[in-house]
Design a protein around this ligand. Structure first.
Ligand code: MF3
Ligand code: CO
Ligand code: CO
Length: 262
């Protein structure tokens, strides 16, 4: 993946990515009110699958490298790639990341958000707020001529200053007609290092931030990644495009747009 060439999307292709990104954002908004104590992660999956089909799109995760469901649902100590399950019932105080990727007209919109189930503990609330801020700080440094390492450095500095750690084993990625392609976008690193960003590059920024150690372990199901110490992990993800002026978030939700202008 790292050695592949980085695709530059045309403005017509970026317009298609805008449509895919917008549908992905709307899907998270659609699911949000269902995230309540008592709901199963399978029910969230089924609602997402049905909504995606009803909007003429396909769920990219379903069957991707053998992934068995339509969305990823990662609860508490699950870092990413949690598999929806009818026996997994959300409890008051849980945190859950829902990661969706509809394919619209051949293009992938990849976004995720960590939700609170009922009332979070003060620690869970802080972790989730810091993780959102990490993603936004990573996005804020994107512009033509900036380097990939600038993104990771911005995220890592803030996460660690707040007493948390940055997952190394999973990274952001180029996205377009292909779900995961070059470049890789680590959420840690050094300013001034790595490839230069250019107008028309499209990739995700999707930091996973842990309460304790950054180390992870993948379960026997080959997908579910857990924190090694079983402490909490949170994640947010946007698909972004590098523009002549800086950056465009292709998966922006109304909610985030409001926070940004506040
Ligand atoms: N949406 C995830 C990402 O952000 C990838 C999920 S792959 C799956 O890159 F197979 F687990 F769905
Ligand atoms: Co992604
Ligand atoms: Co994703």
């Amino acid at each position: 993946m790292a050695s592949e060439r980085i695709t530059i999307l045309s403005s017509r292709e970026i317009e298609k990515m805008r449509r895919a990104g917008s549908l992905a954002a709307q899907l998270l908004d659609y699911l949000e009110p269902m995230v309540k104590p008592g709901v199963s992660t399978q029910e969230l999956n089924d609602e997402a699958e049905q909504w995606t089909k009803a909007h003429g799109a396909k769920s990219a995760p379903l069957g991707y490298n053998g992934f068995p469901k339509s969305i990823c649902t990662s609860v508490n100590e699950v870092v990413c790639h949690g598999i929806p399950n009818k026996k997994q019932i959300l409890q008051d105080g849980d945190i859950i990341n829902i990661d969706v990727t509809p394919i619209v007209d051949g293009f992938h919109g990849d976004t995720s958000k960590t939700f609170f189930v009922g009332t979070p503990s003060p620690l869970a609330k802080k972790l989730v707020e810091v993780t959102l801020e990490c993603m936004m700080r990573g996005i804020a440094v994107v512009k033509p001529g900036a380097r990939i390492g600038d993104i990771g450095a911005a995220i890592q500095e803030y996460a660690e200053a707040e007493g948390f750690s940055v997952v190394r084993d999973f990274v952001g990625h180029g996205v377009g007609r292909i779900f995961h392609t070059a470049p890789q976008i680590p959420h840690y690193g050094k300013r001034g290092k790595g490839k230069k960003l250019r107008t028309g590059m499209v990739f995700t920024i999707e930091p996973m931030i842990n309460e304790g150690t950054w180390e992870v372990e993948v379960m026997a199901d080959k997908w579910t990644a857990l924190t090694l110490d079983r402490k909490l992990s949170a994640q947010f993800e946007h698909t972004i495009a590098v523009t002549p002026d800086g950056v465009e978030i292709l998966t922006l939700r109304e909610e985030v747009a409001q926070r940004e202008s506040a």
